[in-house]
Ligand binder design. Structure first.
Ligand SMILES: Nc1ncnc2c1ncn2[C@@H]1O[C@H](COP(=O)(O)OP(=O)(O)OP(=O)(O)O)[C@@H](O)[C@H]1O
Ligand SMILES: [Mg+2]
Length: 293
């Protein structure tokens, strides 16, 4: 059974594509449902246990990166939440976190070590990604000479738009932009190292950051999950080919085979083997990080 949504008696801060977020004073309660999105559309069916997998993988990374930058985690177990939340333990345990509420910066901080997705599209059009010139002749899944920081805007409606570092600096300020680039690259590097020990390549990922009332920067949202990252199996990775992956690519690849869906809501029903295929990939990733679901 999948949990497609929650209906808790607390003020709703936001219902995202994947998470239901409740406002609890200076804190937020982030509840990861089993919803899955692709091409910015939420699928009609959920992936059983996905919310728990996502939450536990993100928690692994929050711990494994806290020497690089503080994060928004306040509590990860329901017993440590406020008394009013205790009656909802069954629903919340394992798939929710209590976090510090921040002012989110209106940019997505993407780091790419390999060429795929919107980076590949941009490169094929004009040889650059977010204004960064790359060497000629790169193919799908090629490793880049070094990881690159390729920010995007956060759009409420529709796809995020890739922007140059200069454009980002206009939005958040020069100093903040430099800080975001440095921290994002360091987080990505940590991700690459810990993934490599588990037989996987971290091809790219997206971070979100927020600012606390004292002006300090913390990493928010989710970190290095299979929803926010591309994870490829190291031993089957071949530049030029679509690499077997432990993330959403399996779903995107399936959706691309449908002749009639135009990538606008409503999304088509997912067949059972596709739901199972996604679930197995997310579980495989989680088990490599020793994450219990
Ligand atoms: N500590 C935090 N402070 C403020 N907002 C947060 C914090 N952590 C996460 N968020 C916000 O909560 C939402 C999480 O929901 P979800 O990821 O499902 O949304 P989404 O559909 O991906 O939307 P978005 O494109 O805004 O991320 C996001 O909008 C994210 O920016
Ligand atoms: Mg999100």
């Amino acid at each position: 059974m999948s949990l497609l949504g929650t209906d808790l008696p607390f003020p709703v801060f936001r219902r995202g594509k994947v998470r239901d977020v409740y406002a609890l004073g200076e804190h937020l309660l982030l509840v990861a449902t089993d919803r899955i999105s692709a091409f910015d559309c939420v699928m009609p069916q959920g992936i059983p246990d996905k919310g728990r997998i996502l939450t536990q993988v993100a928690n692994f990374w929050f711990h494994a990166t806290r020497d690089l930058i503080p994060n928004h985690l306040v509590a990860t177990q329901v017993k440590d939440y406020l008394a009013e939340l205790q009656p909802y333990r069954e629903q919340l345990e394992g798939r929710s976190i209590l976090v510090r509420r921040t002012e989110p910066l209106p940019v997505e901080c993407v780091v790419r070590g390999y060429l795929a997705g919107s980076g590949l599209k941009e490169y094929q059009a004009d040889g650059t990604v977010c204004g960064l010139k790359l060497p000629p002749g790169l193919r799908l899944a090629d490793r880049l000479p070094e990881p690159i920081f390729t920010p995007a805007t956060k759009e409420d409606e529709g796809h995020d738009i890739n922007i140059s570092f200069e454009r980002m600096a206009e939005i958040v300020g020069e100093e903040r932009a430099a800080q975001l680039r440095q921290v994002s690259l360091a987080l990505y590097q940590r991700g690459v190292e810990l993934a490599a020990q588990r037989g996987i390549l971290l091809a790219d990922t997206k971070f979100e950051f927020g600012v606390l009332p004292d002006g300090s920067l913390i990493v928010i949202d989710e970190v290095l999950t299979p929803d926010s990252s591309r994870y490829w199996l190291a031993d089957t990775w071949r530049p030029g080919q679509n690499p077997p992956s432990l993330d959403k690519q399996f779903l995107r690849d399936y959706l691309e085979t449908l002749p009639t869906w135009n990538k606008q809501a409503p999304a088509p029903d997912l067949p059972q083997p596709i739901i199972q295929g996604i679930r197995e990939r997310y579980l495989d990733l989680a088990s490599r990080f020793g994450v219990e679901v």
